[in-house]
Design a protein around this ligand. Structure first.
Ligand SMILES: Cc1cc2nc3c(=O)[nH]c(=O)nc-3n(C[C@H](O)[C@H](O)[C@H](O)COP(=O)(O)O)c2cc1C
Length: 347
């Protein structure tokens, strides 16, 4: 029904209009709650542990879908184990000029150069404060180009959510590259730890890296720095920087299916490095239960997705929960930690 009727209609709008429409639809929470998309939430086999927090499914929504944290409750009710709101910045920002989003349906990919358009901490915080029972399923992503801005977002939001995701990796925002310097990242993470009496679970979202010795060495050094400075987990990874003249600013971040194999490789590399010291959340190109399986088998505790939901629709998380359970049944896996090797073949 969604694929035949709603999706073609949405695709006759431009990318940002379609997103605004889907967000508008999600503002009616009882509709999404009543669709039964959470039927597998509560199955003990799907319980995932991320940075010391327990979620009822390893399938999460990536940052950027609900930048202003307006519809997080409805998003949880689609069947996600957890969602990540934001990225929230201290001040309101208009982001980059349009055109700043391009659909690439033939590749099941998106290009964006949004650059953190958002209403800013002051307007978003009251919405997060009203999460109620959804709080335990919500992370919020924060960012900024100077340490004090990030610390202010952290101080206000950490007490209101299950955890914080520190975004140092959007390719569309001038200033974030500062924190790709390990010394600067260490100071930032350590300073957040100092302001945090609650010891809020903290994930750091890294930029992706290429499959060459230099890319691997510097990115793994950044991963190691984040963890030794006090992060409880890593999100691997953000979009891949790419030039494209269709975007007004000339470059943006690629997301979706083309990222998948790189995400599997990076997950394995980073999981081998951090071992049990930190959780790894794989993000980039996940769209099927088999993809989820591969990430978990490579050492991830959970996954996040964004682009696949644009193409597959709001029933995707629920389908992935069902599909993952089918795969687990096939090999007799009783918990997510029993998952290893390639996914079994499903008819
Ligand atoms: C339109 C769009 C906006 C995004 N905004 C953010 C953001 O604000 N913060 C962030 O950390 N990642 C952001 N991302 C990156 C996603 O969280 C994710 O890392 C990336 O899209 C790869 O996952 P996917 O292939 O499942 O989409 C955005 C991605 C897209 C497509």
């Amino acid at each position: 029904m969604y694929k035949r009727l709603v999706r073609p209609a949405l695709f006759s709008f431009d990318e940002e209009q379609s997103h605004a429409l889907s967000e508008y639809a999600l503002r009616v929470p009882w509709v999404w709650r009543s669709l039964g998309l959470q039927s597998k939430i509560g199955d003990p086999r799907l319980v995932a542990q991320v940075a010391g927090v327990s979620f009822p499914s390893p399938i999460g929504l990536a940052a950027g879908y609900d930048k202003n944290c307006r519809v997080l409750k409805s998003l949880v009710d689609l069947g996600f184990g957890f969602v990540c709101g934001g990225t929230v910045t201290l001040a309101e920002r208009s982001g980059n000029p349009p055109r700043r989003m391009v659909r690439m349906p033939e590749a099941l990919a998106l290009l964006n150069s949004l650059g953190f358009p958002g209403q800013g901490l002051e307007r978003i915080e009251p919405r997060i404060a009203r999460l109620g029972r959804y709080r335990s399923r919500t992370f919020v992503s924060i960012s900024g180009s100077i340490e004090d801005e990030i610390a202010a977002c952290f101080r206000h939001l950490a007490p209101l959510v299950a955890g914080i995701e520190l975004n140092i990796s959007s390719p569309n925002t001038v200033g974030l590259r500062l924190f790709h310097d390990p010394a600067r990242l260490r100071t930032l993470v350590e300073s957040l730890r100092k302001v945090d009496n609650l010891r809020t679970p903290l994930l750091v979202k890294l930029p992706p890296w290429s499959n060459d010795a230099e890319g691997r060495r510097s990115s793994l050094a950044l991963a190691e720095t984040a963890v030794s400075a006090g992060a409880d987990g890593l999100v691997i990874a953000n979009t891949i920087p790419m030039e494209d003249s269709r975007l007004k600013v000339g470059n943006g971040g690629l997301s979706g299916l083309p990222l998948l194999e790189n995400t599997v490789r990076m997950t394995a590399e980073v999981a081998a490095l951090v071992g049990k010291d930190a959780s790894v959340v794989s993000c980039g190109g996940v769209s099927t239960a088999e993809d989820v399986w591969r990430m978990l088998a490579s050492g991830a505790s959970a996954v996040q997705l964004y682009t696949a939901m644009v193409y597959e629709g709001p029933a995707l998380p629920s389908r992935l929960n069902r599909g993952l359970l089918e795969l687990m049944d096939y090999v007799g896996a009783r918990t997510l930690s029993d998952i290893s090797g390639p996914p079994p073949y499903r008819n």
